[in-house]
Design a binder for this molecule. Structure first.
Ligand code: ADP
Ligand code: MG
Length: 166
């Protein structure tokens, strides 16, 4: 049987600003067609990371929590890929519904970032990057987060994730 490689990288983020910088750095690694799935409880920092990522990609429009829409498309201000920011929370069935959204953008030509997508959007891409954000302590006032990056598939086999956060 084929074994899908997973390349993991663990890092610590100490502030919202650092989370934004991580997103910015991550954007430099991303290419059209990449799927990034963000996991973490409410307030973990998923949208903060996506905001930095959008800044790094150089896209138009404020990256906010997409809670009241399922997906928001941010076109590139330059010649880079658009960012498709998805809140899959209310996406019941997964991919079919995602295709029904009529996003007016080609997903293979976009960078897709999905919050709350676990178990719903994996089939979008065999190769994908899971970002798992946890509070480092039980104290909800604490700004420290642990971030685990799991690069799944050959796409992430080059070791590029290891350079993040250093
Ligand atoms: P999520 O999208 O996971 O629900 P948000 O990014 O919308 O989370 O909100 C995270 C909140 O936590 C923000 O108010 C942010 O200022 C705060 N915060 C505190 N420390 C951090 C950190 N290290 N990284 C990201 N956000 C942080
Ligand atoms: Mg959010």
């Amino acid at each position: 049987p084929d074994v899908i490689p997973v390349h993991s990288h663990l890092l610590t983020v100490n502030s919202p600003a650092e989370m934004g910088e991580l997103g910015h750095s991550l954007a430099r690694l991303l290419r059209p067609g990449d799927l990034v799935m963000l996991t973490g409880e409410l307030g973990a920092g998923k949208t903060t990371l996506t905001r930095g990522l959008g800044a790094g990609l150089g896209v138009r429009g404020a990256v906010t929590s997409p809670t009241f829409v399922i997906a928001r498309v941010h076109p590139s201000l330059g010649d880079g890929p658009p960012l498709v920011h998805v809140d899959a929370y209310r996406l019941g069935g997964g991919l079919d519904e995602m295709e029904d959204l009529d996003l007016d953008v080609s997903l293979p030509e976009s960078v897709i970032v999905v919050e709350w997508g676990d178990g719903k959007v994996e089939e979008l891409s065999e190769d994908r990057l899971h970002v798992v954000i946890d509070r480092a302590t039980g104290d909800t006032d604490d700004d420290v987060r642990t971030v685990r990056l799991d690069g799944i598939g050959q796409r992430w086999a080059g070791g590029e994730l290891a350079a993040l956060g250093t």
